[in-house]
Design a protein around this ligand. Sequence first.
Ligand code: NAD
Ligand code: UDP
Length: 316
Amino acid sequence: MKRILVTGGAGFIGSHLCKRLLEEGNEVICLDNYFTGSKRNIIPLLDNPYFEAIRHDVTIPFMIEVDEIYNLACPASPVHYQYNSIKTIKTSVMGAINMLGLAKRVKARVLQASTSEVYGDPEIHPQPESYWGNVNPIGPRSCYDEGKRCAETLFMDYHHQNNVDVKIVRIFNTYGPNMNPDDGRVVSNFIVQALKGADITIFGDGKQTRSFQYVDDLVEGMTRMMATKDFTGPVNIGNQNEFTMLELAEHILEIIGSSSKLVFKDLPKDDPKQRQPDITLAKKHLNGWEPKIELKEGLYKTIEYFDALLGQKISV
Ligand code: NAD
Ligand code: UDP
């Protein structure tokens, strides 16, 4: 049994990761300030005596003895990370420093949840890890993109300078149950809008693309990455099937059988036009890992989740 710290463990991805690590027989400590996460996501885990939830902000140092650290704490939706952009960059940078310092002291292996946003609005398609990206350092998305880029730098510097055992995964757009209905990201927005019969908000002309990964595939990739030897990454973890936002809306409307109308809103500044992972490196280093869950199957599961949640009329 390992003792594992998951920062951002009450969030969408973090809650799935905590569940998986507990199922594998580990002791899990979830650290979260509940900015975008929710106790609702971890309530099913609280009965497990090997699970512990601690309210803490990663910008403040934290002392504990652990074997592994997954560092996920950071708002991930543009709406939320732009709400307090200075806090977002502090969370990425100071959070990374605090978790790396902890890992150094207790000799823990530490994995950073980085992002496809390090590629910005990419000029190379699909994006391999060797691509340095096209990021605006002073735009509305910079607090997130540059915060995550700086965190990657810190991870590699702690590795080279202090021998800290680091892993970096670059996560591409991920969706699934436990997303916050007010999250603001496209999959949750469209599903909630379609279930409520509200207008579907397409930003821009809807021809921009994203490649959507179901959360179980991501968690499989992250745990495999944590288990690798002599490989720090960064490694892309994502699904290669690319869709326009119009196609995504069509799929969701069809599954739900909703008559919601599409309405077109302004495209947010610096919104990337296209995004698709090159996952050659992941397949090579993560034991043949590749995504298994197709968009339609993943959407069904996610819609079921939101349908039940909205039916319970939980205040969200
Ligand atoms: P999320 O917003 O659901 O989860 C983030 C969690 O971090 C929340 O529980 C939040 O309360 C917590 N948090 C935020 N700031 C904190 C702080 N200062 N101290 C402690 N806790 C804090 O988002 P998610 O989609 O689950 O993302 C998890 C991680 O994965 C993030 O680091 C994100 O950047 C990364 N990521 C996600 C995606 C995606 O598509 N979901 C894509 C790329 C990268
Ligand atoms: N988007 C949209 N309608 C929405 C929310 C988002 O058309 O209600 C678009 C957004 O402009 C972007 C894409 O969907 O082009 C993905 O947005 P999201 O915020 O989910 O992720 P990110 O832009 O960070 O990849």
